[in-house]
Design a protein around this ligand. Structure first.
Ligand code: AP5
Ligand code: MG
Length: 262
């Protein structure tokens, strides 16, 4: 049975981190709509030109464009044996379109990664990526920089009206461990855009939890733990969603394996 996995969760929840790790361990493609769009922007493709300003504002690219991209990608041969989707669907129309795309294929498993707002802001405001290959280099501290705290405006979301503290780098950053390229902040990780992305998530993407939660293949996991612990919980959630018999025979070994790998 193909593993067709959807990672849900707000910006900074760790969707990309966990999707990359799981795709490597399971030998299935990671399909990240954010990565596809950023690649389009950096190569100045037609889609990249259309998406650039929208992404810079922290808003969502149109459903028709995103559905077209994902339909084409999921129909490629390497995705027919399973995939992990990171960043799609993000709206109810996208979720409905995905159900149509998946008609006749193994059911999707949907895992929602739950992380408190203050931790999301901390992660996003300190994240560094490689300007050349796009790899996630972790936080400023991981990238060898010092940082100072800045207070961000309150009310990033309707449900968590709290002031949050972000940090900004005060020294130069290191180089990418994968390709040696320069480390930079993602253009949409500055304070104002982070707040906009969190608002957009609340308004347009969080309703997907309601859309999926009654399905037997829906699970929620605690993303406010170390990456290894999240990976172990994700593996357990997948096995539980696939059904009790498979969970008994495979779950323990998968949990053990994915809990120790990075
Ligand atoms: P996208 O690239 O999908 O961004 P996002 O959803 O805002 O999510 P992030 O990539 O910021 O967070 P993540 O959950 O992947 O976390 P990560 O693993 O990186 O989308 C960007 C833009 O593209 C959108 O705003 C929109 O404009 C457009 N777009 C994309 N898809 C679209 C769609 N379907 N429809 C319309 N528009 C679309 O982790 C974050 C940081 O935390 C990293 O530094 C990481 O090292 C760290 N971290 C991860 N896990 C942990 C942990 N367990 N503990 C501590 N730190 C951790
Ligand atoms: Mg991501």
């Amino acid at each position: 049975m193909a593993l067709n996995l959807i990672m849900l969760g707000p910006p900074g929840a760790g969707k990309g981190t966990q999707a990359e790790r799981l795709a490597r361990v399971r030998g299935i493609p990671k399909v990240s709509t954010g990565d596809i769009l950023r690649d389009g922007v950096s190569h100045d493709t037609d889609i990249g030109r259309r998406a650039r300003a929208i992404m810079a504002r922290g808003e969502l690219v149109g459903d028709d464009v995103m559905i077209g991209i994902v339909r084409e990608r999921l129909e490629r041969p390497d995705a027919l044996g399973g995939f992990v989707l990171d960043g799609f669907p993000r709206t109810v129309p996208q979720a409905r379109a995905l159900d149509t795309i998946m008609d006749g294929r193994d059911p999707i498993i949907v895992v929602d990664i739950v992380v408190p707002l203050s931790e999301l802001v901390r992660r996003l405001s300190t994240r560094m990526i490689c300007a050349d290959c796009g790899a996630n280099a972790g936080s400023f501290a991981d990238a060898g920089a010092t940082a100072e705290k800045v207070v961000m405006p309150p009310a990033a979301s309707a449900t968590a009206a709290e002031s949050v503290v972000a940090v900004q780098a005060t020294t130069a950053l290191g180089r990418c461990r994968r390709c040696g390229g320069p480390l930079v902040q993602r253009t949409d990780d500055n304070a104002d855009v982070v707040l906009e992305r969190l608002k957009v998530y609340e308004a347009q993407t969080k309703p997907l939890v309601e859309y999926y939660c009654s399905r037997p293949t829906f699970r929620s996991i605690d993303g406010a733990q170390g990456p290894d612990r999240v990976a172990a919980d994700l593996a357990a959630a997948i096995e539980a969603a696939r059904g009790p018999r498979r969970a008994e025979s495979q779950g323990q070994s998968d949990v053990a394996r994915e809990g120790v790998r990075r």
